[in-house]
Design a protein around this ligand. Structure first.
Ligand code: DGY
Length: 323
């Protein structure tokens, strides 16, 4: 068996793959482009992909030996699952293992934005710390504030759980009732407009789909409170960058903290980067040693299971396994 891994991932997963077959790992820091990927993965039975690699019908056509695409991510908007299913290619992902780590980071961004952590820390090396200032770097209180969770799935619920420790009121706007979140976290279900109008902090946890693309644009930003903070650890295109930059510049909302942007990477000269009330981090919410090792292990196990004809732990289209 031959497995192509599209970037260096933690050894834990690579070791598992090596016990199973021949493993080639794309050696560069930057992802392979389409042509390079086709060349690199030619003849592979399994592809261990990252969210930076679009996997579509054209790629599958050029890699006809691939029987499984195992994504090193919980998100799978880089993969055309229907195209994979149509060719009998299994698609696997790495949910659960990154839930707490991602929620920790989302909450860290919330706190950092509310308390102006990045802005005030950056003042010190500049020599701008002159004295203790009664009016310097005034932020927002988090304790007792209202958190609006857009997307009360695994990570959204983990974010809400953290908020309960801060005595926050929790709103969510999913189309379906999240009984566990209501019972265990006291979350209240409202429509999106009510959530946007009532929340002090809004945290996005939806997958990227045609319905969620541009879900937070000028109209939605205008509904937010002037002291609202928007946190995005989901996918960049859920938010309209330009509308957000306008709102932050005009001060119609208080701040934003974005671990995901559109595009990625966001150019260093983008206006969101230079706004003092916007924190941008380079898509690192799941980046801890342990979580990335766990992701590599799960991605490897998924891939091996499919190629061995066993049920993978996490598969999006299990019907192809029995076809
Ligand atoms: C994912 O898993 O989808 C994240 O964006 C990266 O961990």
């Amino acid at each position: 068996m031959r497995v192509a891994v599209t970037r260096k991932i933690p050894e834990r997963g690579l070791e598992l793959l090596r016990t199973f077959g021949e493993v080639v790992v794309w050696p560069e820091q930057l992802p392979p482009n389409r042509e390079q990927l086709v060349e690199f993965a030619r003849g592979a039975d399994g592809l261990l992909s990252l969210l930076t690699e679009p996997v579509d019908a054209e790629l599958l056509e050029q890699l006809p030996t691939v029987r499984v695409v195992s994504n090193f991510a919980v998100g799978f908007d880089n993969i055309d699952v229907a195209a994979c299913s149509a060719r009998g290619v299994a698609v696997c992902t790495t949910p659960d293992v990154l839930t707490d780590t991602t929620a920790d980071f989302a909450f860290a961004l919330l706190l950092a934005s509310a308390r102006r952590v990045v802005e005030s820390a950056n003042a010190v090396p500049r020599g701008d710390w002159k004295t203790w200032e009664p009016l310097g770097y005034l932020g927002l209180d988090v304790a007792g504030a209202t958190l609006g969770v857009v997307g009360m799935g695994r990570i959204g619920a983990a974010m809400a759980k953290r908020a309960t420790g801060f005595g926050m009121r929790i709103l969510y706007s999913d189309a379906i009732v999240r009984t566990d979140a209501e019972r265990e976290l006291g979350a209240e279900r409202v429509d999106l407009e009510t959530l946007l109008r009532s929340s002090d902090f809004i945290s996005l946890h939806v997958p990227l789909t045609p319905e969620t693309t541009g879900m937070i644009g000028a109209k939605q930003l205008a509904m937010m409170k002037p002291n609202a903070v928007l946190v995005n650890t989901s996918r960049g295109p859920v938010v309209d960058n330009e509308a957000l930059a306008d709102a932050l510049e005009k001060g119609t909302i208080w701040g934003a903290a974005l671990d995901v942007t559109n595009p990625e990477p966001l150019p260093a000269n983008h206006r969101l980067v230079s706004l003092p009330n916007c924190i941008v981090t380079p898509h690192v919410a799941s980046a801890t040693e342990e979580t990335r090792a766990n992701m590599s292990e799960l991605a490897a196990k998924n891939l091996i299971a499919v190629l061995q004809g066993e049920p993978p732990l996490r598969c999006l289209n299990p019907e192809v396994l029995h076809g």
